[in-house]
Design a protein around this ligand. Structure first.
Ligand SMILES: *[C@@H]1O[C@H](CO)[C@@H](O)[C@H](O)[C@H]1NC(C)=O
Ligand SMILES: *[C@@H]1O[C@H](CO)[C@@H](O)[C@H](O)[C@H]1NC(C)=O
Length: 343
């Protein structure tokens, strides 16, 4: 009798939640949920994932450790909340200029930088321990050569119990679309400059960095990226030259890099488990982190050229954004802990 009552209670809840998802505006979500609900009734899975909430303008993933806020349906990362810091990203920047993808492309008629704005949102998987979401930008054939002739599916994965998230994108073009050259594909995170001042790109390249303002106040040298710091906010840096190419790394060594905030002590790391997706090869030098504070995962000079009609599909990533924290400042501990995440 007790058992029967428990079961009817469980089925009642499942029914209610399934109904809720049916009423939501996302057909895909509904089918996933029902499948999960059926499996959970057999005891082999629990489908209910309470990491996701969604409104008209926002999608939020929260595993109790990290809270990620995305624009909807664009799919930019506009907020990363961690260890009492409401947003690790630069809140002064517009929402599409904090955590985003961009693609530099051209064809013989047009060129552009496409910041991959999704028009459709989908839940790919929603298990109790993991959720994967998708924001899709679709090419409109009627626009011909005027835009990037590629469909892009931006994916984000959050796992329960992990301080971070995965990001990757699926680029795809079927046969018959206009020609395009892709010069660069990047994932960019712009952090709060008041908080993140210490940068680590390798065991022997880690330091307190100048600010973007320090660069503006300095003197441009032989090329615009190299700036002599004449009046930096941190007087210790006066007379130094800042140049982001000082911090580039060969792809094969570019596995972990990032920034540290001293109060509270928080590390923000870009972890690249495999560099296979970087088409330029293992010895290609590429940018890592630099003044901003900016953390990048770049595929510069990816050199992909598609003739008219050529079909293609590629996954760019995954990149793991990892966050860590210790009670008292020790950059080495955070850096070593971030490196331990690379398996
Ligand atoms: C795109 O540009 C190329 C080169 O100018 C041209 O041959 C092609 O017809 C154009 N395609 C479309 C769909 O406009
Ligand atoms: C920071 O941690 C490292 C590694 O555990 C240790 O060797 C070092 O002494 C620590 N530094 C400080 C200032 O406590």
């Amino acid at each position: 009798m007790e058992k029967v009552r428990q079961w009817s209670w469980v089925l009642g809840i499942i029914g209610m939640l399934a109904l809720l998802f049916f009423l939501s505006d996302d057909g895909n979500l509904a089918t996933v949920s029902v499948r999960r609900a059926l499996r959970s009734a057999t005891g082999s899975d629990t489908w209910y994932n309470n990491m996701l909430t969604k409104t008209n303008n926002l999608v939020v993933l929260n595993n109790g450790i990290v809270r990620l806020t995305f624009s909807h349906p664009g799919g930019d990362v506009i907020g990363i909340q961690y260890k009492g810091i409401d947003n690790l990203l630069e809140i002064k920047n517009h929402e599409n200029n904090r955590g985003y993808w961009d693609v530099v492309w051209n064809n013989r008629e047009t060129e552009g930088v496409d910041k991959l704005q999704g028009t459709r949102f989908k839940v790919i998987t929603a298990r109790a321990d993991q959720i994967e979401i998708s924001f899709i930008q679709t090419y409109d054939v009627s626009l011909g050569n005027a835009t990037l002739s590629m469909n892009v599916d931006k994916r984000y994965i959050m796992q329960r119990g992990r301080a971070g998230f995965y990001a990757y994108s699926i680029f795809e073009r079927p046969e018959g679309w206009p020609e395009v050259d892709i010069d660069q594909i990047r994932i960019v995170y712009k952090l709060q400059p008041d908080k993140f001042q210490f940068m680590v790109v390798s065991d022997d390249r880690q330091r307190i960095m100048p600010t973007a303002e320090d660069r503006e106040n300095g003197i441009k040298l032989a090329y615009p990226e190299a700036v002599l710091l004449t009046n930096p906010s941190n007087p210790d840096l006066r007379g130094e030259v800042d140049d982001k190419y000082q911090y580039s790394t060969e792809n094969k060594d570019n596995k972990v890099h990032g920034w540290i905030c001293t109060n509270p002590v928080v590390g923000f790391w870009i972890i690249i488990p495999s560099d296979e997706f970087r088409t330029a090869g293992p010895f290609k030098h590429d940018l890592t982190s630099h003044v901003g504070p900016t953390a990048l995962s770049a595929g510069k000079e990816v050199g992909m050229r598609f003739v008219e009609g050529e079909a293609w599909k590629k996954v760019f990533g995954p990149v793991f954004v990892y966050l860590n924290s210790v009670p008292t400042l020790n950059e080495t501990i955070l850096w070593e802990n971030a490196n331990e995440q690379v398996q």
